[in-house]
Design a protein around this ligand. Structure first.
Ligand SMILES: [Fe+2]
Length: 157
């Protein structure tokens, strides 16, 4: 089996990097969804939600950077252009959303899509003993599951 300098198989490294790039593209869509609702939100909950959405997109920028740098650490190249993000993203785009419940639902839907990709990467990295990628995914998953719970609570579900 051909391995990389990290001791991971090159076949695995290629595959997981493709999935990490899909996650990166999807996270960029999630990030831009958050910017959109941060800017466009209207109503009596404006101040609370405007700040909450900023908190989430600030966190998303850190995660975007961590995903891209994991791809580089594995020896591959992270996607970084808008056209590649549009081609590879699995997160639905939210446009001109002004209503609070629709905005919160957009976050839940985006996170649900991200979780699906992360669970694929979690399984792949587990089977390959790639602890670095695996622990990154488990941290993301636990945080996002908690955010989904909070968003659902806000909706009264
Ligand atoms: Fe702002």
């Amino acid at each position: 089996m051909k391995t990389t300098i990290l001791g991971l198989s090159t076949v695995y490294t290629n595959e997981v990097s493709e999935n990490l790039n899909e996650l990166l593209a999807s996270f960029q869509t999630y990030y831009q969804n958050l910017r959109g609702i941060h800017w466009n939100i209207k109503g009596k909950q404006f101040f609370e939600l405007h700040v909450k959405f900023e908190e989430l997109y600030t966190d998303a920028t850190i995660k975007v950077d961590n995903i891209a740098e994991r791809v580089l650490t594995l020896g591959e190249v992270p996607l970084h252009t808008f056209d590649d993000y549009i081609k590879n993203s699995k997160v639905a785009i939210g446009k001109n959303i002004t209503k609070d419940e629709k905005a919160v639902q957009l976050i839940i839907d985006s996170l649900t899509s991200l979780l699906k990709i992360e669970r694929v990467i979690l399984k792949l990295s587990d089977e390959a003993n790639d602890e670095g990628t695996n622990s990154l995914m488990s941290d993301f998953i636990a945080e996002q599951e908690k955010t989904i719970w909070m968003m659902k609570s806000w909706l009264g579900d």
